[in-house]
Unconditional design. Structure first.
Length: 331
């Protein structure tokens, strides 16, 4: 009888140890959340001026991630003249206070960062620094624009790189002029390799601004560049700009999410533009453990709302199969 009791105690201890080991493994991984295009001009900007929060309906999803990243699809400034183009977006600096509540880092590699000129772009860089919102994909010169943002969590060093592929290229950073990083293939490959070799990153994730607006399927250029980046050492490739959700795939066992669609933006042209994805990655030093998407609908005010009835794309390393996961927990 005593031996049986000892056996039960031993099994219980082993069970507790196994559970603790599983928790340690889970705690060692890092959760990273990405969302698409955020424009803090227009109605979302007015909401913030009125003391409201355009992120209120998704705040609970952002709160539970270790690192939160979006594409900031506007310049944040008080100076400059609008560029000669169809749409120009400039948000007031007060909008960054609301953004900071939910976001740790922003990509500024897009076709609207230069809407009000280089001086306004440089002012935005200073404002982001003042608010301690990290940024990548642009800088005060060409070298800075191509320097990865390194975020370290739980001993995991993650390098974020951002690139624009959509004209006008006149917004590109120069040797002595502020601007965004443009995605020349050889430069992108070099940046990814340097992120590991020079900056000692465990993981490298490029966040792209590419493709054609309203195309629901990625074009050949996106596919070619995504594969090139993964061959160079990227662990995942994530995109925005088309203003609609695009397809996903895996290459060499690594995820490519071609477009997350819109996120915070008003004056949308068509129904597909009112849908976007929140992407959540679970990461360790080997790469992506799992990823899952969550659907949002964007209302007339430019505010995203979770859709708990949706089933959206997901994947896990254990079975390496793309599937559909329920959004029911996102109420």
């Amino acid at each position: 009888m005593k031996n049986k009791n000892k056996l039960f105690v031993l099994l219980a201890v082993l069970g507790i140890c196994s559970l603790m080991h599983a928790r340690v493994q889970a705690d060692d991984s890092v959760s990273m959340l990405f969302a698409g295009d955020v424009v803090l001009d227009g109605k979302p900007g007015k909401m913030i001026a009125d003391g409201k929060d355009p992120f209120f309906a998704v705040a609970h999803l952002f709160k539970n991630a270790d690192i939160r990243v979006v594409n900031l699809e506007c310049v944040v400034a008080t100076i400059g003249e609008p560029a000669d183009k169809n749409f120009t977006f400039r948000a007031h600096p007060r909008t960054l206070t609301a953004l900071k509540q939910h976001v740790d880092a922003v990509s500024i590699a897009n076709n609207h960062s230069g809407d009000f000129g280089r001086a306004a772009f440089e002012q935005m860089l200073g404002l982001l620094d003042q608010q301690q919102i990290q940024h990548f994909g642009g800088g005060r010169n060409l070298r800075e624009a191509h320097t990865p943002l390194i975020i370290e969590k739980k001993g995991l060093r993650i390098a974020l790189l951002g690139y624009d592929e959509f004209m006008p290229r006149s917004f590109e950073a120069e040797a002595q002029a502020a601007g965004v990083a443009w995605s020349e293939d050889t430069q992108v490959v070099s940046d990814i390799k340097q992120a590991r070799q020079l900056y000692h990153a465990d993981l490298v994730i490029p966040f792209m601004h590419w493709g054609w607006e309203n195309d629901k399927v990625a074009v050949p250029r996106q596919r070619q560049l995504a594969r090139l980046m993964i061959d160079a050492g990227a662990d995942a490739v994530i995109g925005s700009h088309p203003h609609v959700i695009q397809d996903v795939e895996h290459y060499q066992g690594k995820p490519i999410i071609y477009s997350l669609g819109n996120f915070v933006m008003d004056e949308l042209d068509n129904e597909p533009q009112t849908r976007g994805w929140i992407l959540r990655l679970q990461l360790d030093k080997k790469g992506v453990i799992t990823w899952q998407t969550r659907l949002v609908n964007i209302d007339d005010e430019g505010v995203p709302h979770p859709v708990p009835t949706a089933n959206t794309a997901c994947w896990n390393r254990q079975d390496s199969k793309l599937g559909l996961c329920s959004n029911a927990a996102d109420k």
